[in-house]
Design a protein around this ligand. Structure first.
Ligand code: PLP
Length: 434
């Protein structure tokens, strides 16, 4: 299987679409000119493993082992009510669904590096969740060293512990600045020709195709638990920010999983519901909400979704037709802050079940959708990760799961740096692995 990158720099000077293999797409992350890698085709498959092995050029027994190691935690499907199911994706080490993609990507990268004997350095800036999933996902891998830049004092104490207590190949860099400083420092390092000449550098960006493909896993998993009497009738409800999770669901549908419909549930950062109504994609600055991992004003994976529906190639570029085709598969629903909090409270009262604010956006969308039949809401994070708002909605204390209890007892080992790039450079030059 080959992968191409979405425009602009996706063609050779002779006008042919440039293709790379999975290894190159994985290790590069972004295509030339900032495009996103897409599979050239979608072979049909009847289960997750048969699907993923078509995309990924790793020997079958090694790929099986990578999947087994990466997905080493349960994924329960909870029936809350008739036709309402919750798929708990938060039982991994950092308690969000991002563990699936980060753990798989780390192991796939390590596989290729071990073969070639190369070493790789990952530099990632984080405002919280992505950093912990990446740090935990790469922890202990022999050929990769990870530098996580995070804004000291601006992330929650528990989030900091998840990043800064690991040690070994994970270097926690506590920046005296905000998230934008971290991101700027990471970009400068990744673009630094002097560093690049000496070592292999990459980012663990969330738009890496190596994080998306493994996320098909739990769509197949959930479907298989419900199917028989329900096949062809199931709607998935996906709390969305950058739309990576939903893109993975569309990939699963393309490989043959007969999903009826997707509901994209978003918070007040509602660029996509507005686009599906008006046809105009108006990106803007993000606004802060309770479901902060979905505070995205410019959803990065939308380019992939558009590409999936741009069937007749880019010549006529019929935007209206593309939008109509997207609307056949995806309904987008916006949920307000008040509805989010109220839904956490109502679900607790009615079912004695506690959900996090991202999952609440999904459950609230179920009440507003036009779709009939069974719905599976993807529960993207454990409620304890968003303790303050959840406790205030359900009016009781909630306990920490073991993963969080364990880190809260460990001591922090970070390196504090200023926001001047020279300081980061001097540190990296001594610490990067060759
Ligand atoms: C990242 C994240 C999301 C959004 O996922 P996308 O793939 O960016 O749409 C939703 N919920 C939680 C808890 C997340 O961490």
């Amino acid at each position: 299987m080959k992968f191409y990158s979405t425009p602009p720099a996706h063609k050779t000077s002779e006008g042919k679409v440039k293709m790379v293999d999975f290894k190159a797409a994985l290790l590069r992350g972004l295509g030339e000119g900032g495009g996103l890698y897409m599979p050239e085709k979608f072979p049909k498959a009847s289960n997750f493993f048969d699907a993923i092995k078509e995309f990924i050029s790793i020997a079958e027994k090694d790929l099986k082992k990578i999947c087994k190691d990466a997905f080493n935690f349960p994924v329960p499907l909870v029936e809350l009510d008739k036709n309402l199911y919750i798929l708990e994706l938060f039982h991994g080490p950092t308690l969000s669904f991002k563990d699936f993609g980060a753990r798989f990507m780390a192991r796939a990268m390590n596989y290729y590096l071990a073969k070639s004997g190369e070493k790789l350095n990952i530099i990632v800036a984080t405002s919280g969740d992505t950093g912990s999933a990446v740090a935990s996902g790469f922890y202990g891998l022999s050929n990769i060293k990870v530098f996580v830049l995070y804004p000291g004092k601006r992330i929650s104490p528990l989030q900091e512990k998840q990043i800064a207590t690991l040690g070994k190949n994970i270097v926690a860099l506590e920046v005296k600045g905000d998230f934008d400083d971290c991101q700027r420092l990471a970009k400068e390092a990744l673009a630094d020709a002097e560093l690049r000449e000496k070592v292999n550098l990459s980012s663990a960006n969330s738009i890496n195709i190596g994080r998306l493909l493994p996320q098909m896993y739990y769509y197949f998993h959930a479907f298989n638990q419900l199917t028989n009497q329900l096949s062809n009738k199931i709607t998935f409800v996906v709390p969305s920010g950058n739309f990576g999770n939903l893109t993975a669901g569309l990939f699963a549908k393309k490989t043959g999983l007969p999903i009826k419909k997707f509901i994209a549930a978003v918070n007040k950062n509602s660029v996509i519901p507005e686009y599906l109504k008006s046809g105009k994609l108006k990106v803007r600055k993000s606004e802060m909400t309770y479901s902060n991992a979905m505070d995205v004003g410019r959803p990065s994976n939308w380019a992939r979704i558009r590409e999936l529906y741009d069937h007749d190639n880019d010549n006529d570029n019929d935007d209206d037709k593309i939008r109509k085709n997207i609307s056949k598969d995806i309904e987008a629903i916006k949920i307000t802050e008040a509805e989010t909090k109220k839904t956490i409270a109502e679900v607790y009262k009615k079912y004695n079940y506690i959900i996090d604010p991202h999952t609440a956006v999904g459950v609230a969308a179920v009440a507003l959708t036009r779709q009939s039949g069974p719905k599976i809401v993807l529960s993207t994070a454990h409620p304890a990760k968003f303790k303050e708002i959840v406790e205030s909605a359900v009016n009781r204390k909630i306990s920490l799961p073991n993963q969080l209890k364990e880190v809260s007892n460990k001591s922090k080992q970070s390196i504090i740096i200023g926001k001047n790039y020279k300081e980061l450079f001097n540190l990296l030059i001594n610490q990067l692995t060759k």
